[in-house]
Design a protein around this ligand. Structure first.
Ligand code: NDP
Length: 241
């Protein structure tokens, strides 16, 4: 039977590209979003993919949301892509506790919230794929992003630990670490700053969301069962680990 893939934050940007790519690969796909109803409607109209609204930072909402979508679709989640993320940039000496907690909760704790809900089902079926969308800035650090770099580096540690726990159960857990990608998140960056960033990318341009989706499709492929605990950098050569 076609597998059900769930992509958090899948109505815009990288998540939307991942959802559409997985749909083209023949998976059944559902996505989540948080507040942008217009973008969600446009995405649903364009793709026919069901979009569910809840806050991934809220553990109870994740539990209830996954239960509802599984009941609606009559199928359990076998592929999870933890993609939803936000930035709240400020230098540490100016960062508020709220900015810190918002990013840790949305980018890092959400991985726990979502993986915790689906992992038992994957373990009982002896198959599963989890991909966590980290960031180049979790690998190398970034000025003004102590919260975001900590969350994204935390996702990489989470990925490795859960990969070890899940390996004997046929579940792979990997991270993709994108470099700067042409989405709404990056269009919020000051154009002068962005010019400087592009100058540091050996490939000489931003990534396209579809290029990040390509890495995710590779990791969730049935033939990728021996790849687990890894972080796949998709950054145009900007940071080589
Ligand atoms: P966008 O801002 O374009 O889209 C973010 C998506 O996440 C939207 O669908 C949004 O929903 C959803 N979302 C945000 N907060 C929540 C929440 N609390 N609960 C549920 N859904 C939420 O982001 P990108 O596509 O640029 O980024 C996707 C991922 O890739 C993020 O994790 C980001 O950190 C990471 N990344 C991005 C890079 C880039 O250069 N763009 C580089 C490296 C990593 P809604 O539309 O309702 O707001």
């Amino acid at each position: 039977m076609t597998k059900l893939a769930l992509v958090t934050g899948g109505t815009r940007g990288i998540g939307a590209a991942i959802a559409e790519r997985l749909q083209r690969e023949g998976h059944r796909v559902a996505v989540t979003f948080h507040g942008n109803d217009a973008a969600a409607r446009a995405f649903q109209d364009r793709t026919g993919i069901a979009a569910y609204k809840w806050d991934v930072a809220d553990a109870e909402a994740c539990q209830a949301g996954v239960q509802k979508l599984q009941a609606d679709l009559g199928q359990v989640v076998e592929i999870l892509v933890n993609n939803a993320g936000i930035t709240r940039d400020a230098s540490l000496h100016k960062m508020t506790l709220e900015q810190w907690h918002a990013v840790i909760a949305t980018d890092l704790s959400a991985c726990f919230n979502m993986s915790r809900v689906v992992i038992e089902g994957m373990r009982s079926r002896n198959w599963g794929r989890i991909v966590n969308i980290a960031s180049i800035n979790g690998q190398k650090g970034q000025f003004g992003q102590t919260n975001y770099a900590a969350a994204k580096a935390g996702m990489i540690g989470f990925t490795k630990a859960l990969a070890l726990e899940s390996a004997r159960k046929g579940i792979t857990v990997n991270a993709v670490a994108p470099g700067y990608t042409a989405t709404d998140m990056v269009s919020a960056v000051d154009s002068k700053v962005l010019e400087g960033v592009i100058a540091q990318i050996p490939v000489g341009r931003l990534a396209q969301p579809a290029e990040i989706a390509h890495a995710v499709a590779f990791l969730v492929d049935a033939q990728s069962g021996f790849i687990t605990g890894s972080t796949l950098s998709v950054n145009g050569g900007q940071y080589l680990v």
